[in-house]
Design a protein. Sequence first.
Lengths: 111, 115
Amino acid sequence: EDQVTQSPEALRLQEGESSSLNCSYTVSGLRGLFWYRQDPGKGPEFLFTLYSAGEEKEKERLKATLTKKESFLHITAPKPEDSATYLCAVHFSGGYQKVTFGTGTKLQVIP
Amino acid sequence: GAGVSQSPSNKVTEKGKDVELRCDPISGHTALYWYRQSLGQGLEFLIYFQGNSAPDKSGLPSDRFSAERTGGSVSTLTIQRTQQEDSAVYLCASSLAGNGKETQYFGPGTRLLVL
C-alpha cells in the first residue's frame, strides 16, 4: 500500500536553530513530491515540487531535497514567521491523478 | 489574480441536515479536487474533476456525499443527512490541467461542524 509518513509530528525550535523535517514514502513509481505550508485556519500553500532523486529546490530559508525513499525540508536559521504545519504529498503512478498527503509536521519557532 | 475561493467559510449544522459547500476554482484551471481534513489527520482525497470527463469519485466515504461541477467551473459538494463524524475542514483545490504533476492551489476551506 502506498504510504506517506512525516516526522516528527511536532517540532519546536529556537529562532536561528536550523533543523530538518522528514517525509518518507513507500510508493510504486514516484511521479512527484510536493511540499506545502499550512497556517492555522487556512488552506495549504504550495512551496516546492520535486520529481527525481537528487533534485533540490530552495526558497528563502527553506531547502527541499529528494532521495528514492524520502524527502527532507531543511530550515536554516528559522524565524517565528516560519511557524506553520508543513505538509508533504506524493503523486504516484496509479489509476488516477491524485496525491497522497502526509499528516504534517507542526513547526513552532520561538523568538 | 483571484485564487480559489470557498463558501461558506464556516458552517454549523444539526445532525441529519443536508449541507452544500461551494468552490470557485482559479479561472482557466480545468482540474478541481475536494479534500477533507480532520483534526490530526492528513488530507483525505474525496473527488476529482477534470474538464468534461466523468469525475473520479473513488474517495467519497459514503453515498451521502456527492459533488458536481457546473460548466467546468464552480463545484458544489453536498453532504446529505450529516453525521457528527462529518465534522472537518473541507478543502478545494484546482490545477491547470490535472496531470498530477502540477501544483494544486488550495482554497481557505469550509469548516463544518455537525452538532
